[in-house]
Design a protein. Structure first.
Length: 317
């Protein structure tokens, strides 16, 4: 159930909201959903407790806290709020919170019930572009401040990604054997990994959101979330087990390459390529995976890891 509301809801409101949108007295229309939250001042999210203040002191000593951002497409929360695309960032943040709540990512609990220290959260805003420079979308990702988590065993945080040489080799094989390529993207990839109860942890509410009654609450995470040190490995383990259950064999030379007959899959975090003779096999695989994961079917290979691929009339890339 939706427990938060955007502080800047006035900018995402429409003059004629759909019938399912609630209306708060003295507040703008907002499609936040089931529980319409009270809009509260932004300063409520800066430093509400002594514990949060101590975290702020820790980050003040980190070099990155003083480093000026020189990438115009990678923004922090306050930069996104001052950006020309602010309405798009707000829309993305609201959409992200709704997605995570639908996936039962957390419980909203009073701060007093947190049994571990509360880790700050943050927004990672990224403007994604097509290879020719056009804006593709403004993506807002809700993250854990993993740099402020307790130390973890490095073997519990390591997660492999496919090597560039494997990608080149597979594309060559596609040309030689006439294989069809198909791409799919795992939406909210890390969230598909559930946490055992003993590994539940606590984070601050997202900036720009509040509980319905304005009470001092935190999030108890039940699933892995971006930013947390252990999330990449947890997701890869879930993904690997899913492929193996479907009869795929993991390569011993590149652990992000899986085989099944004449079908291959390449994994780079949440971006995957499926290669096979029969396109229907790739579509069937995606249908099976979609029962377990939230997938986006991106069709035939065109862009992968920031590289644009074009299939020429003679079948070459």
């Amino acid at each position: 159930m939706h427990h938060f509301a955007m502080l800047h809801a006035t900018e995402t409101a429409t003059s004629s909201p759909p019938s399912h949108v609630f209306k708060a007295t003295g507040a703008p229309h907002h499609a936040a959903a089931i529980h319409l939250a009270t809009i509260i001042p932004d300063d409520r999210f800066e430093a509400r407790t002594q514990e949060t203040a101590s975290f702020a002191a820790d980050t003040a000593n980190a070099a990155f806290a003083f480093k000026k951002n020189t990438d115009p497409d990678s923004l922090m929360h306050h930069e996104a709020m001052a950006d020309a695309d602010r309405p798009l960032w707000l829309e993305g943040m609201d959409s992200k919170i709704k997605q995570l709540e639908r996936m039962d990512c957390w419980d909203v609990i009073p701060r007093s019930q947190a049994t571990k220290r509360v880790v700050p959260s943050t927004w990672a805003c990224r403007r994604k572009r097509f290879p020719d420079g056009r804006v593709k979308k403004c993506r807002s990702r809700f993250c854990v401040r993993g740099d402020l988590e307790d130390e973890m065993d490095p073997w519990e945080t390591y997660a492999p990604v496919v090597s560039a040489s494997t990608v080149r080799l597979v594309l060559i094989m596609c040309l030689v054997f006439g294989l069809t390529t198909w791409c799919m993207d795992f939406t909210n990839a890390f969230v598909h990994a559930q946490l055992p109860k003993e590994d539940y942890y606590f984070i601050e509410l997202p900036k720009g959101h509040a509980t319905k009654d304005g009470s001092d609450c935190v999030l108890r995470l039940k699933r892995a979330l971006h930013g947390s040190r252990g999330s990449p490995k947890r997701f890869f383990t879930v993904l690997k087990d899913s492929y193996i259950r479907r009869g795929f064999v993991q390569s011993k030379l590149d652990t992000c390459l899986f085989f099944k007959g004449d079908m291959m899959t390449l994994c780079y975090c949440d971006d995957h390529i499926v290669c096979c003779k029969d396109k229907s096999k790739a579509q069937r695989l995606m249908k099976e995976l979609s029962a377990e994961f939230t997938l986006t079917d991106e069709g035939s290979l065109a862009d992968y890891l920031g590289i644009h691929f074009e299939t020429l009339p003679d079948g070459t890339f």
